[in-house]
Design a protein around this ligand. Structure first.
Ligand code: Q9C
Ligand code: ZN
Length: 344
């Protein structure tokens, strides 16, 4: 299986995040990608290739033009404003019961308008890295579509699944899986399924496709009653309008291990079997791992191999895209276990 990765992805290097009422060291850091890359090479998963540049058009198919313009120009405006902090955090947001328009002109108003949380800093190279990450996703999709590969791995960083049409958050700036899914549809595919196995609910991806039947969104995650992103990912969210029935969520209790998880996974696989997608995209987070510093599931490293083996049995063309996973020392092993389990 080929891996798609660009060193430009490493240029987003957040120092801190706001969590638990504190400024804490960031966990979504460049070494995550480096250890996965090293493990891919050590375990000879396959060739590592650089992404092609797909330009801005595929980004505009998912994200709002004003959001992309904001992300593109943000750092220059931050500097022009005279800010000296080495990264930016939002701290004020529009709220349901108050008006959200007009879009503010002030930099802090804009940060709030286009974000979901205060845990996701923007630095000078954030958007450049996010675009490289999206290009990795697109290139992996192209390898599977045209390159005669039954599967490919997009080593994406920063991740994508919390990011929506017009907001960043949850360490995500461009929704890599959504961008790749839409690109495959635009290339002639009829149906795409996205299986999200990150520990956190893929709220951005779900929202993007919520009213559409051409993308089936399935997510297994920690119950949002007890875990980030807190407001989405409940069992009763099943899509709307033409998309009714094309979203499925399996919120699982904190402490879930492979035994409980794999039962929910079997149900998700049944949905995939019925839907018969042209392509399956896997939003692959490794934060279900028992040692993950911000998560509360109990996967062992071998459970990631079982996950890959189960996905193999689906017999579908698959694009794996990396999402979360913050136990850096084990991240390479856990990630390559999935991909290796899939190959075997
Ligand atoms: N105290 C991804 O895995 N912060 N994003 C949680 C917990 C946000 C995770 C704070 C976690 C975002 C892609
Ligand atoms: Zn996650």
């Amino acid at each position: 299986m080929k891996t798609v990765f660009s060193p430009v992805e490493l240029k987003h290097a957040p120092k801190n995040e706001i969590a638990d009422g504190q400024l804490r060291p960031a966990v979504e850091i460049p070494s995550r990608a480096e250890i996965v890359l090293r493990t891919v090479q050590e375990r000879a998963l396959g060739e590592v290739v650089e992404p092609l540049d797909f330009g801005s058009q595929p980004l505009h198919r998912i994200h709002a033009a004003d959001y992309l313009a904001f992300m593109e120009s943000f750092w220059d405006r931050w500097i022009a404003e005279g800010r000296t902090a080495e990264e930016a955090f939002p701290y004020v947001w529009p709220i349901r019961s108050l008006r959200a328009d007009p879009v503010p002109e002030h930099i802090d108003g804009l940060l709030g308008r286009y974000s979901m949380d205060a845990g996701t800093p923007i630095g000078p190279f954030t958007f450049e890295a996010a675009k490289a990450s999206a290009n990795a996703a697109l290139t992996a999709a192209q390898l599977v579509k045209d390159g005669g590969e039954g599967s490919a791995f997009a080593l994406c960083r920063p991740p994508g699944h919390h990011c929506g049409k017009d907001f960043f958050g949850g360490y995500c700036f461009l929704n890599n899986a959504a961008i790749a899914a839409q690109w495959l549809l635009d290339q002639g595919a009829h149906r795409i399924a996205i299986l999200d196995v990150d520990y956190h609910h893929g709220n951005g991806t779900q929202a993007i496709f919520y009213d559409r039947p051409d993308v089936l969104f399935l997510s297994l995650h920690a119950d949002p009653r007890h875990e980030y992103p807190h407001f989405l990912g409940h069992e009763d969210e099943t899509g709307e309008k033409a998309g009714t029935g094309f979203t499925r969520n399996w919120p699982l209790p904190l402490g879930t291990g492979w035994e409980t998880y794999s039962e929910a996974l079997e149900e998700a696989c049944r949905w995939l079997h019925v839907y018969k997608p042209d392509y399956l995209l896997v939003s692959l987070g490794m934060d279900c791992y028992r040692e993950d510093p911000i998560s509360k599931f109990r996967f062992n490293s071998e459970d990631f191999t079982s996950l890959g083996q189960r996905l193999k049995r689906l017999g579908l063309p698959i694009v794996f895209l990396m999402e979360g996973g913050y136990a850096v020392d084990a991240l390479g092993t856990n990630c390559v276990n999935v991909l290796d389990g899939f190959k075997r």
